[in-house]
Design a protein around this ligand. Structure first.
Ligand code: NAI
Ligand code: MG
Length: 348
């Protein structure tokens, strides 16, 4: 079997981690008896400086032809404003392909302690609604006599939007520990979050084998730090998920590890798999970037493509390396980006 992957290295360390990670993925594929064919697409801030846009006008249409999209990081604020690079590339792809679910695994890799220094292993999959909710952009400002008097930001929750993210959460819970946490603030937000609770009950009826617990967002934020081992699949709205996944990234050891999958649960379009971190202009070109978040995102991509054994072989190789204490400087080690990726290949 051959998969066509759109490779979007983007900017800064985005290209460094992608160039390090891609050969590792190809080796995994070869070992597992399938192949990955990558098309490198130069859409980035450099591309913007030459063409005046972050990607061609038919960029999203071009991406539809691939089996998956593998992305490094986008943004170089010194050359292109972040709201332009983010909106014209990342958000354009997420919205254009309706990648409504953002899934992020949070757990400690073997040998990695993280700031909690806990000996209780945790393994959380945060599933965030990615297209509506508090980030819908609805609202406005009221001025009087030149002064801003009122600013309104309206969260929008549709039945279709809430149902598809919950349903994806329940499907994942079934594949994992059979446990789902639904996150709201329905004691204070009596319209949208009460609706979310009602939708949770309604979808839960189709998954009697999954145990559901409701948490308020403030309580689960604290719980992720004090008792992360009690959580498995966590489903949350756009804003709440944004915040909880940053806590998740922190407790798993930082941005060098955090990986993310953007998917359209209805299928029919490629998913986009990326490290959570940005282009890190402060360390670009120095070989200091940790490639593990990108490799982990690669494992999420392989899993989504149905290549479960390959995804598991890749994670096992990553953990074989982290267990030895080897790593990039952010992990307390002294390997370069390419050396760490090469160590993972060797561990395969
Ligand atoms: P950042 O994630 O690029 O960097 C934050 C800090 O973490 C920096 O000190 C950086 O050196 C460190 N860091 C990040 N990834 C690392 C890695 N793999 N290994 C070792 N250290 C790492 O966030 P920042 O500085 O706020 O943004 C820089 C640019 O990236 C901006 O243009 C921003 O818009 C963009 N960005 C893009 C994202 C994406 O493409 N998904 C996500 C976040 C930011
Ligand atoms: Mg965030």
């Amino acid at each position: 079997k051959n998969y066509r992957i759109a490779l979007l290295p983007g900017d800064g360390i985005g290209s460094e981690v992608m160039e390090a990670a891609w050969p590792v993925l190809q080796t995994v594929a070869e070992r597992q008896g399938f192949s990955l064919e990558g098309d490198w697409l130069p859409w980035s801030c450099d591309y913007y400086l030459k063409h005046g846009t972050m990607m061609p006008a038919d960029g999203v249409e071009q991406l539809r032809a691939f089996d998956a999209i593998y992305l490094g990081a986008v943004g170089l604020p010194a050359t292109v404003p972040d709201h332009v690079s983010l909106r014209e590339l990342l958000l354009a792809i997420r919205q254009g392909l309706d990648l409504s679910v953002n899934a992020r695994p949070h757990r400690l890799l073997a040998g990695v302690k993280g700031p909690l220094r806990t000996d209780r292993p945790f393994d959380i999959l945060c599933i965030r609604e990615n297209t509506e909710g508090e980030y819908a952009g609805a609202g406005g400002r009221v001025h009087r006599g030149g002064e801003l008097e009122v600013a309104v930001e309206t969260a929008i929750f549709t039945r279709a939007g809430v149902e598809r993210v919950l349903r994806h959460g329940f499907e994942q819970a079934r594949l994992r520990g059979g446990k789902l946490a639904s996150v709201t603030k329905s004691n204070a937000q009596r319209h949208s979050m009460v609706f979310w609770d009602e939708m949770t009950d309604r979808v839960a009826a189709d998954y009697p084998d999954v145990a559901v617990t409701r948490y308020h967002v403030d309580a689960i934020a604290a719980r992720m730090i004090t008792h992360p081992e009690t959580l498995d699949v966590v489903v949350a709205s756009n804003l709440f998920g944004d915040i909880l996944t940053d806590i998740g990234a922190a407790i798993q050891g930082g941005l060098g590890f955090a990986a993310s999958a953007n998917i359209n649960p209805a299928g029919g379009v490629p998913g986009m798999f990326e490290p959570v971190h940005g282009s890190a202009p402060d360390i670009m070109g120095l070989g200091l970037a940790n490639p593990l978040a990108t490799l982990w995102a690669g494992a999420l991509m392989l899993r989504h493509l149905g290549e479960i054994a390959a995804a598991e072989a890749l994670m096992a190789a990553i953990e074989k390396v982290t267990a030895t204490g080897a790593g990039t400087p952010d992990m307390g080690g002294d390997l370069s980006t390419t050396q760490l990726a090469a160590a993972v290949t060797a561990a395969l």
